[in-house]
Design a protein around this ligand. Structure first.
Ligand code: HPA
Length: 278
């Protein structure tokens, strides 16, 4: 499959036919722990992924599949309720679709959240990590294949992918949030298996503070088309081998549910504080 500009336009044209002249400013991709935040979106217009031509359909448990357009904290958002992962069987190239379609809908800024395992032993389950940078040694780039120049250049700089200004805002909003907020490096593993203890030790030696199975394809796609990014990770568990216990999807969900009220309040504050882009 060749992903041309027209390929993405087809999705965008359909969405435009549903949302009329609504102009979303912020693209939201809500991971585990913030799934329910989308219920706060006012005057929502929902579009099931399966209705959108050339789009993807999510298969992960607990990830419903729809786009939600509306206003939250006074900000016009295009929210993905349910995201796509390479472990579901999608190629890295296919994973360029969601953020490129956001770009075509006029989104100026991407905010992506996820659940992750803490590699840094100073972190605790329930803590939040503002993503400062990432390490992705697995798999291809979502920008592999013929470049689509309407989005960006063939070779593109990602040395400030996780925009410093946005990170500072997220940090300030963390004060009095009741959450412990860190800034660290997200180390991508493709999953769906959790990492081995040796992989977690390797990630730590290489500079990773958390491990997770999502987000990097989305943020790289945003970086290619010049969209500033804020990434937030919720530590739902200590990564494999850190503690003498097995990892499970249940632990991830339990922590996410426990922290959800504080996380939602924090996230609302961050959204409100984000700069307005022209
Ligand atoms: N590893 C990878 N992804 C995750 C983890 C983990 O430990 N926890 C939540 N998502």
């Amino acid at each position: 499959m060749e992903y041309t500009y027209d390929y993405y336009r087809k999705s965008a044209d359909y969405i435009r036919s549903v949302i009329g002249d609504f102009e979303p400013e912020i693209g939201l991709i809500l991971g585990t722990g913030l799934g329910k935040f989308s219920a706060r979106i006012e005057d929502p217009v929902e579009i099931p992924y399966k209705d959108i031509p050339n789009y993807l359909v999510s298969t992960a448990p607990g990830h419903s599949g729809k786009l939600i357009f509306g206003t939250v904290e006074g900000r016009k958002v295009m929210c993905m309720s349910g995201r796509f992962h390479t472990y579901e069987g999608y190629s890295f190239e296919e994973l360029s679709i969601p953020v490129r379609v956001m770009k075509l809908m006029g989104v100026k800024l991407l905010v992506a959240t996820n659940a992750a395992g803490a590699v840094n032993v100073d972190y605790r389950p329930g803590d939040v990590m503002i993503i400062k940078d990432h390490i992705k040694l697995n798999g291809f780039s979502p920008m592999r294949g013929p470049n689509v120049p309407e989005f960006g250049d063939r070779f593109f700089d990602i040395s400030d992918l996780y925009c410093r200004e946005l990170r500072q805002i997220a940090e300030q909003c963390g004060e009095d949030s009741g959450l412990t907020i860190h800034e660290g490096v997200y180390f991508f593993f493709p999953g769906p298996q959790f990492e081995t203890p040796a992989e977690v030790r390797a990630a730590r030696i290489l500079g990773g503070d958390a491990v997770g199975m999502s987000t990097v394809t989305e943020t790289l796609t945003a970086g290619h088309c010049g969209m500033p990014v804020l990434g937030l990770s919720l530590m739902t568990n200590m990564a494999a081998g850190v503690l003498e216990q097995k990892l499970s999807g249940e632990e991830v969900e339990e922590t996410a549910q426990r922290v959800a009220p504080l996380l939602e309040a924090y996230f609302a504050k961050v959204l409100k504080a984000l700069p307005h882009y022209e």
